[in-house]
Design a protein around this ligand. Structure first.
Ligand code: SF4
Length: 107
């Protein structure tokens, strides 16, 4: 993906992952020019945060989900939002929790 499309200064926006939708397919890892994402296993203690649909989804996909270890370098290009087949990613202003909780936003 062409990083010239990412014109926001780093840190202004950050991706938030909807844990009830993510299936850990990794499209976000592939398209992000800045390495914001990784895919890993959702910890056991966080699975109880999911709704029934999210739990069924998580179980079916081995609890693999996307995480944002490098969210602070996000440039807000939106490639990840477009690439996610589950529409699980939202860009929010840094410090704003959007419709997701802070612990999810900080992962
Ligand atoms: S908007 Fe998505 S693809 Fe673009 S820099 Fe941020 S995390 Fe990466």
């Amino acid at each position: 993906m062409d990083s010239r499309d990412c014109r926001q200064p780093p840190g202004l926006l950050r991706p938030v992952i909807d844990r009830n939708r993510c299936e850990g397919k990794g499209d976000c890892v592939e398209v992000c020019p800045y390495g914001v994402f990784s895919v890993g296993t959702l910890p056991t203690d966080r699975r109880k945060e999911l709704n029934l649909f999210g739990k069924l989804r998580g179980y079916a996909h081995g609890w693999q989900q996307a995480f944002t270890p490098n969210a602070d370098v996000c440039r807000g290009c939106g490639h990840c939002v477009k690439a996610c087949p589950e529409r699980a990613i939202t860009l929010v202003r840094h410090g704003h929790n959007g419709r997701h909780d802070a612990s999810i936003a900080a992962d």
